[in-house]
Design a protein around this ligand. Structure first.
Ligand code: KG4
Ligand code: ZN
Length: 342
């Protein structure tokens, strides 16, 4: 079964075609990062206008690369939430029109569910191996969620961030340090030439809860940047090493916090597998530390499948269709959709 997946929840116009939930036939991503970097963050109106321009070329490119036309496709799937309303609308309306016009099944997918199923694109069958329950950590620009998955389509959020999402913190810290957008890859790159600061940044914990909180860490980074003369920005070459040191120490602190919290959840729920997904899961340090620390089978898609893409939506749709968990034509966009309300 070949499913076309459309993803326009944020600032990437993405279309993928996947066979049987695991085999990527094509996966096109038109990034808007350059457009938004000018403003240091995503401007929703700019994002949705760009989706309008790119969505049809994206679909055509995905079909061309797959050497297919719409007659070869068995179903159309799309992200319907969570995300930016204007951006989601472009994907949902395009997918619906395509599915109605070509008489194909239409499957709405939760974006977070897509990040979880990106793992299956590494040729993994979750039910057989590692088997349920699975703990999934989705760390992206909008989410830091720990999800207990007891079966396909059976999700329970067991912890979230009480304030900023992990990717948002990477982006904000990068802005304070005068680095580009998105901040995660910039922080990872500059950290390579940094040294760990003493004292280290705090590893924030929420009392009696598995929830995350990053606002204390963020404030601590801003204060240190001020005291080291890095922020507000100075046009001075000798701040470069200080920026690298702060970036490396911040990355170390946030990764440590995320990994510890996640491993605690794995032990508490006696999970058989641990999935990591979302843009921040492409961070090399996070991947390395999880590989070292995970007490159970660890499943992390390659970095290009951790950031937003259409193939992950098509994969999630395959397992929904297989388990009769599909939607009606009146499905609308749902900007604040939760994964446990599907
Ligand atoms: O999943 P994603 O592509 O889009 C959302 O659904 O939000 O995640 C984007 C986020 C951004 O905040 C970006 O800074 C972060 O993922 N990110 C990274 C890295 N690559 C992307 N964070 C840390 N290290 C990276 N290498
Ligand atoms: Zn995402």
């Amino acid at each position: 079964m070949k499913i076309l997946g459309i993803e326009t929840s944020c600032d990437d116009t993405a279309v993928g075609i996947v066979e049987d939930g695991r085999n990527i036939i094509s996966n096109i991503v038109f990034s808007q990062a350059d457009m938004h970097s000018e403003f240091g963050g995503i401007i929703p109106e700019v994002a949705s206008r760009e989706h309008i321009v790119k969505i049809i070329p994206g679909i055509n490119k995905a079909l061309n690369e797959a050497r297919m036309n719409l007659n070869d496709i068995d179903a159309v799937s799309v992200t319907y939430g969570p995300g930016l309303a204007g951006s989601l609308l472009i994907g949902v309306n395009t997918a619906k029109s395509m599915a109605i016009a070509s008489g194909l099944p239409f499957i709405g997918i939760n974006h977070i569910e897509g990040h979880i199923y990106a793992t299956c694109l590494e040729d993994i069958e979750l039910k057989e191996k590692p088997g349920f329950p699975i703990i999934s950590l989705v760390v992206s620009g909008g989410h830091t969620d720990l999800i207990l998955m007891k079966g396909h389509g059976d999700f329970q959020i067991i912890a979230r961030s009480r304030d900023d999402a992990a990717g948002e913190v990477f982006d904000k810290v990068a802005r304070v340090l005068g680095l580009g957008f998105p901040g995660g890859p910039e922080i990872q790159k500059i950290s390579e030439s940094g040294n760990l600061l003493d004292p280290a940044f705090p590893r924030p914990k929420v009392k009696n809860s598995m929830d995350f909180s990053f606002s204390g860490l963020k404030t601590s980074v801003v204060r240190r940047a001020e005291s080291m003369g890095v922020y507000p920005k100075k046009d001075d070459n000798d701040v470069d090493q200080k920026i690298a040191d702060i970036a490396k120490s911040f990355q170390e602190a946030i990764v440590d916090t995320i990994v510890k919290n996640t491993i605690n959840a794995v032990k508490r729920f006696k999970a058989k597998g641990l999935i990591i997904g979302g843009g921040v899961a492409s961070n090399q340090l996070l991947r390395n530390v999880f590989k070292k620390e995970s007490p159970i089978e660890l499943l992390i898609p390659r970095p290009s499948l951790c950031t937003d893409n259409g193939a992950m939506i098509a994969s999630a749709a395959y397992f929904r269709l297989k388990n009769n968990l599909t939607y009606q034509w009146d499905l609308d966009v749902y900007p604040s959709l939760r994964i446990d309300s599907n």
